[in-house]
Design a protein around this ligand. Structure first.
Ligand code: FES
Ligand code: FES
Length: 317
């Protein structure tokens, strides 16, 4: 069956119904609708053509309110509004209440107040409460009952929904008062002081960074270390190297290159960054744990192999 026949189911019998293409603006997004029968309801188009299934199809005759949406700020039953007539209008659905961050305050209050059981009426109720609180920030109980009288709930009754209206009104009022208080205090304090300039990032010398922790060589070196005998003070990390400063970090003034030393090597007895820390390695038992690539033995701690240096044991690997 061709798209043409799908869109015009009466074509085979000659009963070709009029169609139209238009754009709906739903929750701030332009949604084109193509070749739709002009009799399709807004509820049908939202659910079946645009995939917005929040509004529910309860009675399709304006009785239950499950299909409630806003059209240009007015709460309507989506099942009673021809979608083509809503073209170029601002349409708000329950999907637009929550944004990207989860339930809106209205939806959360409905859930918290026990107004949700099977949930079929909930999207319509949420839209009705949202619409009410947009028009009336502090509705009384009668006003709330009037606003919700077009939304049928066959599970929970309406106490939860009415409590949700009050809870949201209270919370919004409290938030507004807090905001006004803060604004008053800010005005009384005078113009805001310039925030202090952010300090430039400093290299974190001496931090216990697991240098070479992911290096294959490091793991190989680890395997050379004999297991710590039971009962002895465990080694707690050996020698902590300072982290490599970021590119562009000025060389400290006290880092003097010793005559005859290759560039970049610290003078004997000096610490290039003044921050080398030695952690408690426990009592040294004289064991040689590893050697570096040049055969120098470093007793008491495991040597950190330099980049690209293979451990002697690896030479024959
Ligand atoms: Fe629209 Fe029931 S489905 S009022
Ligand atoms: Fe089931 Fe309202 S929660 S109809």
């Amino acid at each position: 069956m061709t798209d043409e026949l799908l869109n015009h189911p009466g074509a085979l019998t000659g009963d070709v119904r009029p169609t139209a293409s238009y754009t709906l603006r739903v929750n701030g997004v332009e949604r084109p609708v193509t070749d739709a029968w002009i009799g399709e309801s807004l509820l049908y188009v939202l659910r079946e053509r645009l995939g917005l299934a929040g509004a529910k199809d309860g009675c399709e005759q304006g009785e239950c309110g499950a299909c409630s949406v806003q059209v240009d700020g007015q709460l309507v039953n989506g099942c009673l509004v021809p979608a083509a007539l809503a073209a170029d209008s601002e349409i708000g659905t329950v999907e637009g209440l929550s944004g990207a961050g989860g339930a809106s305050d209205v939806q959360q209050a409905l859930a918290d107040s026990g107004a949700v059981q099977c949930g079929y009426c909930t999207p319509g109720l949420a839209m009705a409460v949202h619409d009410l609180l947009q028009r009336n920030h502090r509705p009384g109980e009668v006003e709330a009952r009037q606003a919700l009288c077009g939304n049928l709930c066959r599970c929970t009754g309406y106490r939860g929904a009415l409590a949700a209206v009050q809870a949201v009104a209270d919370a919004r009022e409290a938030a507004l008062e807090a905001e006004l208080d803060a604004a008053e205090q800010a005005a009384a304090a005078g113009p805001a002081a310039e925030p202090p300039a952010a300090a430039p990032p400093q290299p974190d010398h001496g931090a216990e960074l697991p240098l070479y922790a992911d290096s294959e060589l490091w793991h190989e070196a680890d395997q050379l270390i004999p297991a710590q005998p039971q009962g002895e003070t465990p080694r707690t990390g050996g020698y902590a190297y300072p982290p490599t400063p970021p590119h562009g970090t000025p060389v400290p003034a006290d880092w003097q290159q010793a005559p005859g030393e290759p560039f970049g090597a610290p003078a004997p007895g000096t610490d290039p960054f003044g921050t080398v820390t030695y952690q408690d390695a426990g009592p040294y038992d004289g064991t040689v744990y590893a050697t570096d690539g040049y055969g120098t033995q470093y007793p008491g701690y495991d040597a950190t192999p330099a980049h690209g240096i293979r451990l002697p044991e690896d030479e024959n690997a």
